[in-house]
Every structure is written in structure tokens, then in C-alpha cells.
Design a protein around this ligand. Structure first.
Ligand code: SF4
Length: 290
């Protein structure tokens, strides 16, 4: 009896290892099924994600349209956290476009010197302030926004979304570049190409929300390492961990087992070190889990 219990325990532990191993393989290989991509109704599939994050505020803590424009320009290639920090004293000194337009380059630079590409951005935001002058004149189209210095398609889409202007594109940020190809709705690593694929796959009426929804998913759940598939509303269709959309790797039973195993691990009954790695190829490991 003792031996059987021991074997059962080892079997469970091995199962858990295989489960983790298959997920790891999945991550490494980026397992995808391009042939299924065209048959998926992506608009429908993204609706739960859009719903989940529809009212999640943008991570940049702007308080008015002026702050929005300036913070979006400063945030390119930098972290939202840093921009939130840096702009607190900045906006006290330069509370509107008019104040910024009248400011000296060196004075502005002092306030944002810790921002990436601060010299270029100082020049850009002063030029933008001079061009816009007041909040009512902030452009609300892709063409007019991208004509401003330092404003690309992504920045323009963020500004348009937050100002309530109709979307003309889809926000693809650093997280979107990682998550959209994982899901299987797009491929490659070029944000412009990924945006184009998303625009082809998703109905226009959802363009405004879907980009930030993907971004929030990437920030919260689909992290670069250890994505939390079991918590993800896209896990039934996501190509990263599904052989086909109708055969999800992460079935409810798997999720339950993973949750239980993790709880067990936390309580000190984790899989002990030294257990031999399974003698199995990654492909077999994946198929065994299905
Ligand atoms: S299921 Fe969700 S968390 Fe997992 S890889 Fe896909 S999008 Fe990311």
C-alpha cells in the first residue's frame, strides 16, 4: 500500500512536471497553427477581452488632454511609471500648452532629463505646444496627429482613444507586439505589420478598444515569461498553447490540477529537487497533455 501511495505521489509529481514542461516547450516553440487563423472569428474571440479591460484606465496618469498629449510623446520607449513620476513636477511648472510653448529648451530639458531620448523629446513637446496652443486645437485624426513631431501611429491611436475620437488604427505597443502573435491573430515583430493584421482580422468598431485590451493583458497576465494561461480569457483560442482552437491544451481539469499543484508547492509539499526529468520529447509531452 505504501509503495502504491508513493508511486501515485511520484506519478502526480511527474504529471505536474510534464505539464510545466509542455507549457515551457509551448513558450519556446511559439507553437502555432497558421492554417486555423483565417477561420477564426477574431472579433468574437476578442469580445471577452475587450469587455474585461474596457474600463481599465490607461497606465499614464494624465488629468487633461494637454497632459495626455505630452505624456504620450514622452512615454515612447520609456516606462509609464517613469513618465508618471517625471511629469508631476513638470506639469506644476508647465500647466498648459501656452506655458510650455513659451518655455526655454534648457529649462524644459531639466525636468525630463531622466526620460529616454530627452533632448529630442524636449524639442518635440515644445514644437507641439507651439503648434497646438490650446487643448481645443488638439488634432483628432490619424493624419493630423502623426504630422506632429514625435507622434507615430501608436501614439496617435492612444490620444484618439482617450479623447473619444473614432479609431483609425489599433494600438500596438510593446505588449501588443508580444501578445498578438502569441494569440495567433498576427505574426512577426513589426508593430505596423501587426497593426495591419489586427485591422484586417477585427471589425472596425472594436479597433479603439482592442489594442489597449491586448496591452493590459500583456501587462497583467501574458507576461514575457510565465504567462498565466489559466487566468487568461483568450486561452481557448490562443495559438501559443493550443494545437487547434477547438482543442485547448489548458482544459479545466488541467487548470484545476495546476492550481492545486501550485498551492501544494507553496505549502511546502513542492516537488522535491532531484526527481529525474521525464524521458520524453517535447512533442510527446504536449500530446500527452491533450
Ligand atoms: S493563453 Fe493568454 S496568457 Fe497564455 S499565451 Fe495565450 S494570450 Fe498569453
Amino acid at each position: 500500500m505504501v509503495k502504491i501511495a508513493c508511486n501515485t505521489q511520484k506519478s502526480l509529481e511527474l504529471d505536474f512536471l510534464l505539464f510545466q514542461f509542455s507549457a515551457f516547450f509551448c513558450i519556446l516553440s511559439g507553437d502555432r497553427t497558421p492554417n486555423t487563423m483565417a477561420t477564426i472569428n477574431w472579433t468574437e474571440e476578442f469580445k471577452p477581452l475587450i469587455k474585461k479591460y474596457k474600463h481599465t484606465p490607461h497606465p499614464l496618469a494624465f488629468k487633461n488632454p494637454y497632459q495626455l498629449v505630452i505624456m504620450v510623446v514622452l512615454a515612447a520607449q520609456d516606462s509609464d511609471r517613469n513618465i508618471n513620476k517625471v511629469t508631476t513636477p513638470f506639469f506644476e511648472e508647465f500647466p498648459n500648452f501656452k506655458a510650455l510653448a513659451a518655455a526655454e529648451y534648457d529649462t524644459v530639458l531639466q525636468f525630463i532629463s531622466s526620460v529616454r531620448s530627452s533632448r529630442k523629446k524636449t524639442k518635440w513637446i515644445i514644437e507641439i505646444a507651439k503648434a497646438i496652443r490650446d487643448e481645443k486645437s488638439i488634432p483628432r485624426t490619424m493624419e493630423d496627429l502623426t504630422a506632429l513631431p514625435g507622434v507615430g501611429r501608436k501614439s496617435a491611436s492612444v490620444i484618439m482613444k482617450e479623447l473619444g475620437a473614432p479609431a483609425e488604427g489599433i494600438i500596438v505597443d510593446l505588449h501588443g507586439v508580444r501578445v498578438a502573435p502569441r494569440i495567433g491573430v498576427a505574426s512577426g515583430s513589426d508593430p505596423k505589420k501587426i497593426e495591419k493584421q489586427l485591422m484586417e482580422a477585427i471589425e472596425k468598431k472594436y479597433w479603439g478598444d482592442v489594442g489597449m485590451a491586448i496591452s493590459h493583458l500583456g501587462r497583467e497576465i501574458c507576461r514575457p515569461t510565465d504567462p498565466k494561461h489559466e487566468l487568461c480569457v483568450m486561452n481557448n483560442v490562443c495559438a501559443y498553447c493550443n494545437g487547434t482552437p477547438t482543442q485547448p491544451l489548458f482544459k479545466k481539469a488541467d487548470t484545476k490540477r495546476l492550481t492545486e499543484a501550485k498551492a501544494k508547492e507553496k505549502s511546502g509539499k513542492a516537488v522535491k529537487k532531484g526527481i529525474a526529468k521525464p524521458n520524453i520529447t517535447p512533442a510527446k509531452a504536449v500530446s500527452k497533455k491533450r
